[in-house]
Write a protein that binds this ligand. Structure first.
Ligand code: ZN
Length: 210
C-alpha cells in the first residue's frame, strides 16, 4: 500500500451526485443507480489517480482485469457517501471481496501507509505503532496472501539482479547512472508493488552498494 492523493472530481460526478444520491436514498437502488459511480469518466479518473493499481495491495489491474470501483466507507452502511468522490477508489477482485462491508479498513488517502506497514522481503508486517485500521487491514484484506508474496518476491529477485549488475560495474560514472535509474524507476508510484521495492532499496545495506 502506498499513500494516494485524490485528484480533481470528475465533472459528471460533481454535476449529478446530488441527484443520484437522492435517488439512492429514496429507495431506487436498482443496479443502474448503484453503478453510476463506476461510469466511464469516473472510473477513468480513479484508475489514473491509483496508477491502475489496487489501492490496498498494489496489484496492477489493467493487464488482467479492470478492477472494481471501491467505496472506502461501504455504501451498505453509508448510502449518502455512495457518490462522494473522496469515498471512491480502485480495488482488485480479491481485496474488494475481502473488504466486503467491513469498516475500519486503512484509508491510504488520509494516512501514510509507510508509517503503519513494514516490509521484510515480500512480507508485510504492522509496525509496533500501527493504527488499528492498519492491523485490521493486514488480516482482513489478507495482504500476505500467497499470490501477492510470490509476485512481490519476483520483484525483489529482479531488484537483486539489477543490484548485482551495478555492484559489478567497473565504471564509476556508469554505476552512478544505473543506480539512479534503478531507484527512480522501481520507486515510482506507477510500479506494481513499489512499496515493497522502496523498502528493499531503502535498506542501508542495499543503499551502501549503490
Ligand atoms: Zn488488491
Amino acid at each position: 500500500m502506498i499513500s494516494l492523493r485524490k485528484s480533481a472530481e470528475p465533472s459528471i460526478l460533481a454535476a449529478n451526485k446530488e441527484r443520484w444520491t437522492q435517488e439512492l436514498l429514496g429507495g431506487n437502488d436498482d443496479a443502474l443507480v448503484k453503478r453510476k459511480y463506476a461510469l466511464g469518466p469516473i472510473k477513468a479518473a480513479i484508475i489514473e489517480e491509483t496508477n491502475g493499481k489496487c489501492a490496498f495491495c498494489e496489484s496492477k489491474l489493467l493487464h488482467i482485469a479492470y478492477g472494481d470501483v471501491e467505496h472506502i466507507t461501504p455504501k451498505k452502511w453509508e448510502k449518502a457517501l455512495a457518490f462522494e468522490w473522496f469515498n471512491l477508489t480502485l480495488a482488485c477482485d480479491v481485496c474488494n471481496t475481502n473488504k466486503g462491508t467491513k469498516t475500519d479498513i486503512f484509508d491510504p488517502y488520509s494516512d501514510d501507509p509507510s508509517s503503519h506497514f513494514w516490509f521484510v522481503g515480500p512480507f508485510i508486517f504492522a509496525t509496533p505503532t500501527a493504527s488499528l485500521a492498519a492491523e485490521i487491514s493486514l488480516v482482513a484484506l489478507d495482504l500476505n496472501r500467497a499470490n501477492l508474496v510470490e509476485r512481490r518476491g519476483e520483484r525483489i529477485k529482479n531488484l537483486e539482479r539489477n543490484l548485482k549488475v551495478i555492484v559489478n560495474c567497473p565504471q564509476v560514472e556508469l554505476r552512478k547512472v544505473l543506480s539512479e535509474a534503478l531507484l527512480k524507476n522501481e520507486s515510482d508510484a506507477s510500479k506494481e508493488f513499489c512499496a515493497c521495492s522502496r523498502a528493499f532499496l531503502d535498506d542501508p545495506r542495499v543503499a551502501a552498494m549503490m
